[in-house]
Ligand binder design. Sequence first.
Ligand SMILES: C[S@@+](CC[C@H](N)C(=O)[O-])C[C@H]1O[C@@H](n2cnc3c(N)ncnc32)[C@H](O)[C@@H]1O
Length: 266
Amino acid sequence: MSGFDADWLALREPADRAARDGGLVALLAAHLERPAKKPASLLDIGCGTGSTWRSLHAALPASTRWQLLDYDPLLLAAAEQRIGPDAGVLFRRHDLNDLAGLPLQGVDAVTASALFDLCSEDFCRKFVARLAEHRCALYAALSYDGTTAWLPAHPLDGRALADFNRHQRTDKGFGPALGPDATEVLRTELEAAGYTVHIADSCWSMGPDQAALQLAFLNGFETPLREIGGLSSAEVDDWLSFRRAHTLEAATSCRVGHLDLLALPG
Ligand SMILES: C[S@@+](CC[C@H](N)C(=O)[O-])C[C@H]1O[C@@H](n2cnc3c(N)ncnc32)[C@H](O)[C@@H]1O
């Protein structure tokens, strides 16, 4: 329903886990530590199949209560099945565009991974206002930052990336998407609302041994490049076949820039 394929999310999960900044996770854990108070409550938005929970829960206080939220019933069902009933996690179907209905009551921190680059500036402004009402912390990991670099290089890399990044700014369901600007816009809005904001690098460094992930990532360029139309169809074909051939020969590495953000209420 959402267009996010569970197989793609499964393929990227180990790379995401390796890329997450451990320092920000440790700061979040310290923020959620509350001796002698009721356990911390955490809401993961755009949860997909539960990657954020799998990556974080062991690093956070064991008593933390989790709710996982997504609007895609298939991804939510996959999350529920993979996490199982014993973890005490609640699953909620909700469209984030209904910000007024977001269940923030009693929530100490909202988490999200690979979500905010899909969101618009208007959405982020309204979302931060809702967070600030509840003095909720925000952990927003793995937002694409617009940088991708391949080795070996191809003469069309720069134009292909510029077109891909333009496509990243088209509407992904929240109005014109922020794409590479997501982290900076969140930082501005959160600081204006009185939050202390920490940002850290969480890039993917994919080596030749990660050919399946590299290939899937590359396949994700085809439709955007053809839709934006900056390169001719023959140029797209040449560029993709060069990149695919090198990836299949295990002769390519690729670095994709992401940023993690942690905002703590002042
Ligand atoms: C790139 S995936 C990331 C999933 C997961 N956080 C992860 O890191 O694997 C984006 C997720 O946001 C969800 N999503 C997109 N638009 C949404 C909306 N309007 N309301 C709720 N969830 C949404 C999608 O269903 C998808 O699960």
